[in-house]
Structures are given as C-alpha cells and as structure tokens.
Write a protein that binds this ligand. Structure first.
Ligand SMILES: Nc1ncnc2c1ncn2[C@@H]1O[C@H](COP(=O)(O)OP(=O)(O)OP(=O)(O)O)[C@@H](O)[C@H]1O
Ligand SMILES: [Mg+2]
Length: 274
C-alpha cells in the first residue's frame, strides 16, 4: 500500500434503500458522499437525525453497499464485513448469559485464535479498559459504562485496523461519557486504529477527533469538515481551551444551520462558548 492510499475512501457514494413496503418510495439516504480518511485518523460525523450517518458506517462495516460511487478500504472495494473492522453500537449488544471475559473472547475463539493467545489478550484489554477484577461478572452486574468498556475490549481483541463507533456513549451520563472519551483516546494512543465515530454531541466530536464532518439533511452529503489540531491525549482542561471552544462553536453553528434552529434563540445557540 502506498502512503497516498487513504485507509477508507468514499468517492461520490450514493445510497438508496428500496421501498420498505410495496407501495412505498425508495429512500435516498446518502446523496453524494466523498471523504478520505487517513490511517489512524479519528473522524467524527455529526448531523441531523436520519441524514445517513449510520448508513455510511454500515457501508464501511460491509453490512450495506453503495448504490453508486466507490467505497474502498486500503484501496480495495469493501465487499464483506471482516475482523479488520470492529463495530461498537450505542445499545447493549453483549450476550447476557456470558461473563465479561467470555463476551470479549467469543468472536476470536470462534475464529480459531489459540486459547493461550486470546486469554492473554482479553486480560490485557480488560485491564486497559479498567475492568480488571470484573472478568467473571455478567452484563447485568455491570453499569452501562462498564458494559460499553466490555464492548470496546471485545472490539479491540481482533486487533482491528478500523474501529466503527455508532453513538457508543449516547446512553451514558455526562461524567461517564467524559471518562469514556478520555479512555478512547488512551486506547487510540496504544493501538492506533482508524476511528469512524458517530455522535449527536458536538463537544464529544471535537474532543475526540482529528477532524469533524457535518452532514446535511437527507440525502446526506458532507457540508463542512473542521480540523481539530489539538494534541492528544486531551483532558478536561481542553474543554475550556480557546482553540477548542472556537472549533466547537463553528461546528455547532454548522449543525444548527442545517437543522434550521438558527434564529430561534441566539442566546441558546451561543451558550457553549459563554
Ligand atoms: N435498512 C434500511 N431500509 C430502508 N431504509 C433505511 C434503512 N436504514 C436506514 N434507512 C433510512 O435511511 C435514512 C438514513 O438513516 P440512518 O440510520 O443512516 O440515519 P442516521 O443519520 O444514522 O440517523 P440517527 O441520527 O437518527 O441515528 C432514514 O430515512 C432511514 O429511515
Ligand atoms: Mg444512526
């Protein structure tokens, strides 16, 4: 692979879903998406509900395919899901009848990784996500944040080069979410995956990312992309850094323009910078 080949590239990708009912209309989820992600980049997408964010992620995962245009991974068209791309969703997707350790190891065990290797990796990852001592706990015995930590350990065990995260912290309280964002950056520093991250939280997007893309209303396309040239790891001090709040304000303005709330309450829309 040459250095100039992007890790992931959307070239004029369109996605139209067929009608759900016989009498229904096709849904154009993505109009025309062009975007190139570099190896080890953290890219977040924000945008109105229904604009095609999850559709874009599902196409990288290989769960859905473009209707037109090209989508490549390391320069090759994405044809299938694969262990090189791990997905973390917002909703609980752990098996309730398996312990944290067994949830983390199930996938690689089924794919034939030797037991000595997967046990060592699982313990290392559970330690890295702060869950040492909880290996034998069942999901119902863990908090929401701890369950998301198990999901992340499970995603990382096959050493994926791409981590796809669809509102992974959306169901968590503010404090837990902040801790998870910092944890994600620590894990990124250790493992350097390319991360495609979807969120509705502009502050979260700017905090964790190298770049933040704002999508238009459906059919989605990229409206703006903001660079976040702030060193990682980031801390709670970053949240009040003037460079950070300036970028956050710019992204928030772009999202609000798209949703159409600008003008409804200027004092509200400015709240995050004052
Ligand atoms: N499998 C599907 N079949 C038909 N239509 C679908 C399918 N998946 C998504 N859609 C439609 O495509 C559009 C984009 O959906 P998508 O889930 O990608 O949006 P989103 O940006 O992730 O929204 P949200 O922020 O609410 O999660 C929506 O109109 C949705 O109803
Ligand atoms: Mg979605």
């Amino acid at each position: 692979m040459s250095n100039s080949t992007p890790k992931i590239e959307f070239e004029n990708v369109q996605k139209v879903y067929p009608p759900v009912k016989k009498s229904g209309e096709p849904v154009e989820a993505i109009g025309d998406l062009s975007l190139a992600l570099e190896e080890s980049e953290i890219f977040s997408i924000v945008g109105p509900t229904g604009c095609g964010k999850s559709t874009a992620l599902n196409m990288i995962a290989g769960f859905e395919y473009p209707s037109a245009g090209a989508l490549t991974l390391d320069g090759m068209p994405i044809a299938n899901p694969g262990p090189d791309r791990a997905v973390v969703f917002q909703h609980q997707s752990l098996f309730p009848w398996l312990t944290a350790l067994d949830n983390v190891t199930l996938g690689v065990k089924c794919r034939g990784m030797p037991k000595s290797e997967y046990m060592a990796k699982a313990r290392e990852l559970l330690n890295a996500v702060g869950l040492s001592g909880f290996e034998k706990s069942y999901p119902y015995q863990l908090s929401g944040g701890m369950q998301q930590r198990v999901q992340i350990a499970r995603a990382l065990i096959s050493s994926p080069s791409v981590l796809l995260m669809d509102e992974p912290f959306g169901a968590l309280d503010y404090q837990t979410r902040l801790l998870m964002q910092q944890l994600l950056l620590e894990l990124w520093i250790e493992f350097r995956p390319t991360i495609f991250f979807i969120t509705h939280d502009v502050t979260e997007a700017v905090f964790i990312s190298d770049r933040v893309g704002v999508m238009t209303q459906r059919p989605g396309r990229l409206k703006t992309v903001a660079d976040v040239p702030i060193a990682k790891p980031r801390t709670i001090d970053t949240l009040t850094d003037s460079q950070f709040t300036e970028i956050e304000h710019r992204v928030l303005t772009s999202v609000q323009e798209e949703i159409g709330t600008i003008g409804l309450g200027a004092s509200n829309s400015d709240r995050r910078t004052t």
